[in-house]
Design a protein. Structure first.
Length: 149
């Protein structure tokens, strides 16, 4: 189980890279981007071919970022996650959040073996979002003992 301390450390970072924001604007990555931006996070979307996403400049890779980020939120299919995690690690990122459904065993193992603080199997919106429908979901998970401790 992921520890509460790792979750809280990740969401306390104010500058985050995010991989998984789409040009179409309808994916979960876009929703998370809008929510986190509204909460005051400085976000840097990583996309190999988009110049802008959600009205903000996009960056082709981690090396292009204008500042060091505190972590990266990964919202891509599991088959792409390990590559993203390795690229983030090579750029010096020490915190990775693999959004529920994006995690891969290889990426998790890489993080653990590399000393990268990782969160997987959790929804970022339950901890860093406005909660809307996540608030009751988080309450139920708390009752069931499924929240990080």
């Amino acid at each position: 189980m992921i520890s509460k301390a790792v979750v809280e450390d990740f969401i306390s970072q104010k500058a985050l890279a995010i991989v998984g924001v789409s040009r179409g604007g309808q994916k979960f990555g876009n929703m998370a981007y809008r929510e986190l931006k509204a909460k005051g996070y400085q976000l840097y979307p990583i996309h190999p071919s988009a110049e802008t996403l959600e009205g903000d400049r996009a960056y082709a890779d981690f090396k292009s970022l204008p500042e060091k980020v505190g972590g990266v939120l990964v919202i891509v299919p599991p088959a792409q996650t390990e590559k993203v995690v390795r690229e983030a690690a090579a750029a010096g990122v020490t915190r990775i959040w693999m959004q529920r459904g994006a995690e891969s065993e290889a990426a998790i193992r890489f993080c653990q073996e590399s000393g990268i603080a990782e969160v997987h199997g959790e929804c970022i919106m339950m901890f860093a979002g406005k909660y809307f429908f996540h608030k009751p979901h988080r309450w139920v998970w708390g009752l069931l003992g499924k929240l990080p401790m």
